[in-house]
Design a protein around this ligand. Structure first.
Ligand SMILES: Nc1ncnc2c1ncn2[C@@H]1O[C@H](COP(=O)(O)OP(=O)(O)O)[C@@H](O)[C@H]1O
Ligand SMILES: [Mg+2]
Length: 579
């Protein structure tokens, strides 16, 4: 019922700790029985007046010895619990971590971040108690009543049978409670992840929420989610408390029946005083282990729910570890490329492109036509496309992430810069570059002067480099990209929303780069792509036309239309400036 074979198989080393724990508890029980026998015997001889001093000393020694044994057993049992918890935690966290590594870049397509965090932290913690406390108790709770039955049956069989028969009433109630507890707990976990999701999302989108003045609404949404969570938590707690009360009734009720039975049997002369005392002293021990198990019951439930989640994560299909290497001739061939994010709308609807090695290729088109989607596919971020995409004849899907990252450098309009020094930001791209090399690229992107006015390469950048202007940030991102020195560069709107001077500087560098590298330039501003060898003009998910600037103007299609419209706008702006 509440023993998950797969889970135990996963953490094999925990088996010996669980066995050790059960054995310790069992020895402790045996010691307890011996002690009780000693006490019963002592009381009997006091009652009979047959007490001898040797007996008393003997019993005192035995009692002292059993106390020491029990102390030792209890400490080793908790040590075993600890060791098995530790093994479980270490093993499962490692498995989850390695699974995430194997899932790689694309893990977000299959699970969301907050769920992974909860599973790895909270979920594993739940299982720690499952292995450390619940599982040993599960076995001990069966072993203890059987042992006591064997011992007490030598004193009085009917009593022993009645006590033994009462014990299963506890698991029976557990099973009954389990029926609806299972549903409740699934709901609890669902609500818990939902809350985590909303929380993480709200944090990540806080700025956006503020900008659109939606923070009040988000606040209320968050409150509602929390209220749901509070309610369901209360329900779970009530369920646990109620089930504990029921189990207590059965456990102590059963012990009481044992006591009553023992005294009647004594009065009718079926058992002697020592036997009667033994039964009275040990009756409760029949039920206590099972009662303990019952109180660990919610741990087991949580453990089961958590392990389902963990296995769901561990079972996610992996794209096999790819070993392909980007070939020297890395000409990119795209044919009938189709892609959609959800299941609904096709975003790329049969793209056809050839990007020869060493060429300067531009992709233009109105916002939302799918340009960035193509770039993401090329960088291995969007999987699950159909059609064919080869790099030097090797399908992109067979290339290892490592080789792809080594050969393709991607610069978007909001490249992420980590907190740290300028040197650290740059060394990320090329760990063994010396300071001279760093200054050379900074010179290229015209950041050198600015940094010399600060403290050079040791200048600190704060979170997301927010102390730099947008233009400076993009210059630094470009410097980092240049330092990476890969054969293929993809610039996705790398100059949008920055000052004109930065845009011109960056574009000049991109044009210089295009002379000896393969450069794919995505831009909505056509003035930037005039010099490209080939321009693909996209229109809602397909290539509408392609060719160089002159040819596209001559065709007089979408490109020409966009070109003249933009020219007009820019002339108008210039006229405005000079006025
Ligand atoms: N992560 C995403 N999930 C769902 N839809 C997306 C996602 N990214 C982009 N889209 C949609 O795909 C379409 C193409 O987007 P994109 O490739 O970013 O266009 P472009 O870069 O040409 O502006 C848009 O309609 C956009 O809403
Ligand atoms: Mg885009």
């Amino acid at each position: 019922m509440m023993i998950n074979k797969r889970l135990i198989g996963t953490v094999k080393e925990s088996k010996k700790y669980i066995a050790g724990n059960v054995i310790c508890q069992w020895i402790s029980l045996a010691a307890n029985i011996t002690m009780m026998a000693g006490i019963a015997f002592l009381l009997q001889s006091l009652y009979d007046g047959s007490m001898e001093s040797q007996h008393a000393i003997f019993i005192a020694v035995i009692t002292a010895a059993t106390v020491i044994i029990r102390f030792f057993c209890t400490t080793s049992a908790s040590r075993m619990s600890y060791l098995s918890s530790k093994a479980v935690k270490k093993r499962l966290r490692k498995m989850i971590y390695q699974k995430l590594l194997r899932l790689g870049n694309a893990y977000k397509e299959q699970v969301n971040t907050s769920e992974v965090v909860q599973v790895a932290v909270e979920g594993v913690e739940q299982l720690e108690t499952y292995f450390g406390s619940y599982l040993p108790q599960f076995f001990y709770a069966m072993l203890a009543p059987l042992t006591l039955f064997v011992v007490l049956s030598t004193i009085d069989l009917p009593c022993a049978i009645v006590l033994l028969v009462c014990v299963p009433l506890i698991p029976v109630t557990i099973v009954m409670v389990q029926r609806w507890a299972k549903k409740l707990l699934a709901k609890y976990w669902g609500q818990y992840t939902a809350l985590g999701d909303t929380f993480l999302e709200d944090l990540q989108g806080l700025t956006t929420a503020k900008i659109y003045q939606a923070d009040e609404y988000k606040h209320q949404e968050m409150n509602q989610e929390s209220e749901h969570f509070r309610k369901i938590t209360m329900k779970v707690l009530t369920m646990q408390l109620n089930s504990i009360t029921i189990m207590d009734l059965i456990a102590y009720g059963g012990a009481a029946i044992g006591v009553i039975l023992a005294t009647t049997r004594f009065r009718s002369g079926n058992v002697d005083l020592a036997g009667c005392l033994m039964i009275i002293l040990l009756a409760a021990d029949f039920f206590l282990p099972m009662r303990m198990l019952g109180s660990f019951f919610h741990i087991a439930m949580n453990g089961m729910a958590a392990s389902d989640k963990i296995f769901r994560l561990l079972d996610l299909p992996e794209t096999d570890r790819k070993t392909g290497i980007v070939p020297k001739d890395h000409t990119i061939q795209i044919s009938d490329l189709r892609f959609c994010y959800g299941s609904d709308k096709e975003i790329l609807r049969g793209i056809q492109m050839t990007i020869p090695k060493g060429s300067f290729t531009a992709i233009v088109g109105e916002s939302g036509c799918g340009k960035s989607t193509i770039a993401s596919i090329l960088m291995g971020r969007n999987k699950g496309y159909s059609g064919s995409l080869t790099v030097g004849g090797t399908p992109l899907s067979e290339l290892s992430e490592e080789s792809l990252m080594e050969n393709f450098t991607y610069v978007s309009h909001q490249s992420y810069l980590f907190k740290g020094t300028v040197r650290e930001a740059l060394l990320m791209a090329c760990p063994d570059a010396d300071d001279d090399a760093l200054w050379r690229v900074l010179e290229k992107v015209s950041l050198a002067d600015l940094l010399r006015n600060e403290i050079g390469l040791d200048t600190q950048l704060n979170e997301s480099a927010s102390d730099l202007s947008g233009g400076q940030r993009q210059r630094l991102a470009l410097a980092r990209a240049l330092l990476h020195d890969s054969p293929v560069y993809i610039f996705d709107e790398a100059t949008s929303n920055i000052d004109v001077e930065s845009e011109n500087d960056i574009m000049a560098q991109i044009h210089a780069l295009a002379k000896h590298k393969t450069v794919i330039l995505i831009s909505h501003r056509l003035a930037n792509v005039v010099d490209a060898d080939n321009i693909y003009v996209m229109d809602s998910g397909h290539v509408a036309e392609y060719g160089d600037h002159q040819r596209l103007l001559a065709i007089g299609g979408l490109y020409a239309q966009l070109w003249y419209a933009q020219q007009e706008l820019e002339n108008y702006a210039k006229a405005g400036d000079t006025r």
